[in-house]
Write a protein that binds this ligand. Sequence first.
Ligand SMILES: *Cc1c(COP(=O)(O)O)cnc(C)c1O
Length: 383
Amino acid sequence: MTQRQRLLPYGRHSISVQDLAAVIDVLQSSWLTTGPKVTEFENAFAAAVGAKHAVAVSSGTAALHAAVHALDVGPEDEVIVSPLSFAASANCVLYQGGTPVFADVNPHTLLLDPACAQKKITSRTKAIITVDYAGHPSDYEELRLIANQAKIALIADSCHALGATYQGHPIGSLADLSTFSFHPVKHITTGEGGMISTDNAELANRMRIFRNHGIATDHREREQKGTFYYEMVELGFNYRLSDVQCALGLSQLRRLAEFVEKRKMLAALYDQAFAQIDFVRPLSVKKNVSHSYHLFVIRIDTEQLGKSRDEVYRILRAKNIGVNVHYLPIHLHPYYQKKLSTRSVLCPNAEKAYTEILSLPMFPEMTTQDVGDVVEAIAELKN
Ligand SMILES: *Cc1c(COP(=O)(O)O)cnc(C)c1O
């Protein structure tokens, strides 16, 4: 029987000696925040995702907030959101006083279903927020058509999908605004951190003001201009990302291709092994994409196995296999049920998936032996 001595986590950062050196370097410089590393990281990130602009912020959540704010989402507005995501994907609409409207996911990919999204469009709809679930790119071609037809914006919550491509185009270059997170379990980390990529200079400028209290110039710009004077032009927040974090982000970004390659290699090992296990179904992957595997999600055929997903979770955890569940559909959180009177049966595909999904360990420093342990522990479930 497989029994690991210590917990194999589902996700974990990788920090190299170069990453450490980059952080030490900036700590010894004059700028710990609002300095040159911020612009350097933004420019390198924009280039990496094929966008004209990138705006660094303090988290993926702040990135989503800045995006809906830049689009002027307000109390009269509805925004269509995928329910199978982290709560922040919908919370950002509530921050602006708007109403998130949940549209169901495709049962095979668990991505926002474009046809379901289209059905939810009303005269009040301002945008669609799609989620590149697990690192699989959304159905951008269909979503773009729907958004253009309705004259609404397309936001991508791409916190799972840095390094992925859709029809050869990098994630981050396909929506009007794409948001990323640098939390330690994501593809690259800055501890906490986030980014928004866009081709729209006006939106980028608004988000830079928004992350700095709504003040039109930052500290370094004033120093350069030799003036103390600044104006607050709208209500913003302190959502800045420090130079210390941006230096780490820059160094991590250089390792992105290597990280994604490793994740793909691990996914191929899982796919190979699960082809032999009849009660395990990996999610389907479309032919026109390159998946970047933030998560490796399987569906358990609970009837065939004779065990519920929750039982499977408990058994694997007891063996120190750090499985996880992504996610309880957002509309089923008590807060949302109270706030929006959302109920189950609103998004049956997402709700059914929730009872069967399990995220397996997946991170760049994971070994072939680790994958073997996970597969063996899962195979033993049938005994
Ligand atoms: C991680 C994540 C976020 C939030 O990012 P933070 O940096 O933790 O604020 C939002 N949406 C999705 C899909 C995520 O995975």
